[in-house]
Design a protein. Structure first.
Length: 600
């Protein structure tokens, strides 16, 4: 939290904005005169109650009023507020905060008390539902309430009919208290209300939380600064709390990291309470390290979403927490800095929900990635990752793309992280989708003098893995291990080199060029393998002799690729036992090839 928070009450007419702690300092709420519509001046005392106008870190501005027509409140040369409420309450009007003089709407909250709007989410699940009504019924008549968990929605310390009215208004919506000491925007209003901030928005080392029921567009540029009392290091953040709420930044965002070694520069939807969507259409430039998503084990569902649509030019890195990151441009992740990876999962450990989503089947991302936690790729579109990928902590990729879509890894894949030695590593591919590896695969840096003992490529999940690596691009010498799904080597050039073996515990593995007489491939199969030997179309009429040519695969089944295969050839089983199936493909034997007294 920013140093120097003030704990005093401003003015005798101070109005508490539903403060949860009555002993803490109160914010002064200035309420707009609802009769003033059209183009109006913010810095006009007669437009507000109490007299004056909001311009300070303990002031909030309430424009959420029963306006008869649209309102454009011009801030002039700029103002400071701790919070802002927007949205017509009597009819669907447009509420705009603008400037004609290049002024900034600066957010800074120097109050230590948590602030919330009327909140009928009594059970704290971020959604107003029938369960909250039951809590209100049980609490009806209670007094002296310090929070809303017994049914006091309007924070007047009493559970009464007014709280039921709030529940009715908010039923079916997400609603959320703002965090202690954070600046806030409440974007609400009746259905059809349009809320826009066309002035530039500035965060004075502040965490700005946005909640409400109506989407918000910030068309002005967004800027921030760090803490002057802490070497200028920034604690600034922009957080969309309410589920279903979308906030769009249409202007530019300039990064200005003061000290990359001290931590991230700016945070987008980084709170465990973020459940809304933040769309950044403007260009992100400058130098800065960014955190996106929650680094908490307690991140709420649905996870928050950040959409990067700009041709971004910032240098630095993106540290991903739990949340959805939509890649809306090939340069969404900016330009890689000299020393920091462009994209890396930041935590928490042993969790899932680090979600990358492409918005276009032709999306190609060239930034490097360090996989420190399980990285999920999901959504409705294919994604190509052309940047170099390293992994640490024996993690990998979870591909949840639907049928017909593909995750393509065309950059170099390292089964290690730079500057480590003597460490066993696994690079794992999980999930239900199809993953294609066309870039080089490396077990160790190019200048390493010896090969590691145990760097493995591992396949899990029901999806397909296609390894299509050109000759000379592969120094992967460790074992290849499959547990589930289908694994294709397109040809023998894609096989591991230097003596690495293939261990199959399930699923199906094979070479698309054929396996029935592929001695190079068959010699690599560990004899304890029990998964499926995946046939290629060229094997459809072959003789499969598990007593000689296929002896290393004697304990494996005859399996089809995921597209299916009709096998018309002959099977000579080992140990008098036919073994069929494996992977996700359908194997058809149309000619009653299973003969003799062999078991099935």
């Amino acid at each position: 939290m920013r140093s120097g928070k003030i704990g005093s009450i401003i003015g005798a007419a101070a109005v508490c904005v539903s403060c949860l702690n009555p002993a803490a300092a109160q914010l002064t709420e200035y309420v707009w005169d609802s009769s003033k519509t059209g183009s109006q001046l913010w810095q006009q005392s007669a437009n507000w109650s109490p007299t004056g106008f909001p311009n300070g870190p303990l002031h909030t501005a309430n424009l959420s009023r029963p306006l008869a027509a649209g309102l454009d409140a011009n801030i002039g040369a700029g103002v400071i507020v701790a919070g802002l409420k927007m949205g017509g309450t009597a009819g669907p009007v447009t509420t705009t905060v603008s400037t004609g003089a290049g002024g900034l709407l600066t957010f800074r909250n120097d109050d230590m008390a948590p602030v919330q709007t009327a909140n009928a989410d009594f059970d704290g699940d971020s959604f107003v539902s029938g369960a909250d009504l039951l809590i209100w019924q049980r609490g009806l008549g209670l007094t002296g309430q310090l929070n809303n968990n017994q049914g006091d929605a309007d924070a007047d310390t009493v559970v009464d009919g007014d709280d039921l009215d709030v529940w009715k208004d908010q039923f079916g919506q997400g609603t959320e208290a703002f965090s202690q000491g954070s600046a806030f925007i409440d974007s609400s209003g009746v259905i059809g209300s349009i809320n826009t901030i066309s002035a530039g928005v500035h965060s004075d080392n502040e965490q700005i939380e946005i909640a409400g029921s109506r989407d918000l567009t910030i068309s002005g540029n967004f800027s921030y600064n760090g803490d002057p009392n802490n070497a200028g290091i920034s604690a600034s953040a922009l957080r969309v709390i309410s589920p279903g709420l979308t906030v769009t930044l249409a202007g530019s965002v300039v990064m200005n990291n003061s000290d990359a070694l001290e931590g991230v520069d700016f945070q987008f939807n980084d709170s465990e309470r973020n459940q809304g969507t933040l769309v950044i259409n403007g260009i992100m430039s400058g130098t800065g390290d960014i955190a996106i998503g929650s680094a908490s084990n307690a991140a709420r569902l649905p996870l928050g979403t950040v959409v990067l649509n700009g041709a971004n030019t910032f240098t630095g890195s993106i540290r991903a927490g739990r949340g959805n990151l939509v890649l809306g441009h090939d340069n969404a992740l900016g330009v890689d800095g000299a020393t920091l990876a462009a994209y890396r999962q930041a935590g928490p450990a042993n969790q899932f929900g680090y979600n990358l989503i492409s918005d276009d089947d032709d999306r190609v991302i060239s930034n490097p990635m360090v996989i420190a936690q399980w990285q999920t790729v999901k959504g409705e579109h294919s994604l190509e990752w052309a940047g170099e990928i390293e992994q640490t902590n024996n993690r990998g990729l979870i591909n949840l793309l639907p049928a017909g879509k593909e995750l393509k890894l065309s950059g170099r894949v390292n089964i290690f992280e730079e500057a480590e030695s003597g460490v066993q590593r696994r690079f794992e591919i999980h999930g239900t989708g199809t993953t294609r590896m066309t870039g080089s695969i490396r077990d160790l840096p190019d200048d390493a003098m010896e090969f590691p003992e145990d760097h493995r490529l591992v396949k899990r999940g029901t999806g397909a893995l296609i390894v299509d690596v050109a000759a000379g691009d592969n120094n992967h010498v460790g074992d290849d291990v499959i547990y589930m799904g289908n694994w294709h080597y397109t040809d023998n050039d894609s096989l591991n080199v230097g003596g690495g073996q293939i261990q199959s515990y399930g699923g199906a593995i094979g070479v698309d060029a054929g396996v029935s007489n592929n001695t190079d491939f068959l010699s690599r199969i560990r004899t304890t393998s029990v998964g499926g030997l995946q046939l290629a179309p060229s094997d459809a009429g072959a003789t499969l002799d598990f007593t000689s040519t296929l002896a290393n695969a004697a304990n494996m089944t005859v399996a089809a690729p995921e597209t299916g295969l009709s096998f018309t050839g002959t099977i000579i089983p080992a140990g008098g036992r036919y073994q069929l199936g494996g992977g996700t493909g359908t194997l058809t034997l149309p000619n009653a090839q299973l003969t003799g007294s062999n078991r099935l």
